[in-house]
Design a protein around this ligand. Structure first.
Ligand code: FNR
Length: 190
């Protein structure tokens, strides 16, 4: 781990769109994270195979192995997903399905998780479903770090980052809230 870094966050967007507001929020999270927090943006959502329990044995598809390794390496996960047709995007639900069968140490089981809801319209169906699926996964939802941070296309800069100061501060507060809940935040760096 890089010197000074105490905690590692995996950032997972539920959108495949290049100009995604959800991915923009997570890219911005990378910028506003404190020096004691290492952030890794998961960018392989569109490369995962369709979930099939028959393929969840023996040698895993390399993309599935990569997803699970990224989760194992993280102290916590921060999600940000759109709502499609009142529910989670299929590709993102597919990612979550691939996390369920991982019985190795460091899996999503009991891993602290939170989410940023960027929808200006609430996207209640998707976020109720996200809570439900993460419950089935036995992830440890950090409620105090789950926040609505509305992001419109208008505040995303051409480089895909949010420059608006209030939004950046809100995203930083989400990261602070989840990191404060982690044992790694209390551990010495040396
Ligand atoms: C949507 N959108 C949408 N929004 C919402 O609040 N409830 C919904 O049920 C849906 N359904 C829906 C279906 C389809 C096919 C599309 C393309 C869009 C809007 C969508 O959530 C919104 O554009 C988000 O901003 C997309 O997220 P990203 O890609 O910007 O991260």
């Amino acid at each position: 781990m890089t010197e000074g870094v105490r905690c590692r966050l995996l950032l997972v967007s539920g959108s495949l769109r290049a100009a995604s507001t959800n991915t923009a929020a997570l890219r911005t999270a990378r910028e506003v994270a404190g020096p004691e927090v290492e952030t890794v943006l998961y960018e392989r959502l569109g490369h995962l195979p369709p979930f099939n329990p028959d393929d969840d044995t023996g040698t895993l598809h390399p993309e599935v192995a990569g997803l699970r390794a990224a989760i194992h390496a993280a102290d916590a996960i921060v999600f940000s997903t759109p709502e499609y047709a009142g529910a989670l995007p299929g590709s993102f639900k597919n990612l979550l399905d691939w996390t369920i069968g991982d019985d190795q140490r460091g899996s999503i089981y009991e891993k602290p998780v939170a989410w940023i809801n960027t929808s200006p319209r609430g996207a209640r169906g998707a976020h109720d479903e996200l809570r439900s699926v993460l419950g089935y996964a036995h992830a440890a939802i950090v409620d105090g770090a789950c926040a609505a941070v509305p992001v419109s296309n208008a505040i995303i800069e051409p480089d895909g980052i949010i420059a608006d100061g209030a939004t950046r501060a809100h995203i930083a507060s989400v990261l602070d809230a989840i990191v404060e809940a982690l044992p790694c935040a209390a551990s010495p760096t040396d």
